[in-house]
Ligand binder design. Structure first.
Ligand code: RTP
Ligand code: MG
Length: 140
């Protein structure tokens, strides 16, 4: 299995409840290494650009409101099969459908305030990592 990188975001519902450390422990316990990390306040323009693929969806405006409602932690996770592994650790989008022991099952508040984002393919991971980080920011 190849070593991959994926983009993760700890969302405002989780930073507000001081869950950054607990969520990072889930990643590290799964063998994902945090090779870059920054706490930022997303602007409306950043949220709209990041979620551009969802622009036509009914939840787009609400999602951008939520993602700008407080600080987020953007981070790059590295490890074997990192994209799929991170999606497993996160659990399903809707916490009501998320498996036991996943971040969203244990921490998410709702389908929108679901604590974490993770890239859904290696191609999207490359685009999303470049959105927030320069190569020099990432130390494996
Ligand atoms: P993410 O992109 O954040 O990792 O989550 P995902 O792939 O599991 O979900 P996606 O379909 O890409 O949706 C992106 C984010 O939009 C919010 N959402 N709200 N109200 C709704 O029905 C709804 N559906 C999705 C969630 O915050 C979701 O993570
Ligand atoms: Mg997604």
């Amino acid at each position: 299995m190849a070593i991959e990188r994926t983009l993760s975001i700890i969302k405002p519902d989780a930073t507000r409840r001081n869950l950054t450390g607990k969520i990072n422990a889930r990643f590290e316990d799964a063998g994902l290494k945090i090779v870059g990390q920054r706490r930022i306040q997303m602007t409306r323009a950043m949220a709209e650009a990041f979620y551009d693929v969802h622009r036509e969806r009914s939840f787009f405006g609400s999602l951008c409101d939520f993602m700008t409602s407080g600080p987020v932690v953007v981070q790059v996770l590295e490890g074997e099969d990192a994209v799929a592994k991170n999606r497993q650790v996160m659990g399903a989008t809707n916490p009501a459908n998320a498996d036991e022991g996943t971040i969203r099952r244990d921490f998410a508040e709702s389908i929108e305030a679901n604590s974490v984002h993770g890239s859904d393919s290696p191609e999207n991971a490359a685009r999303e990592i470049a959105f927030f980080f320069a190569e020099i920011d990432l130390v494996g």
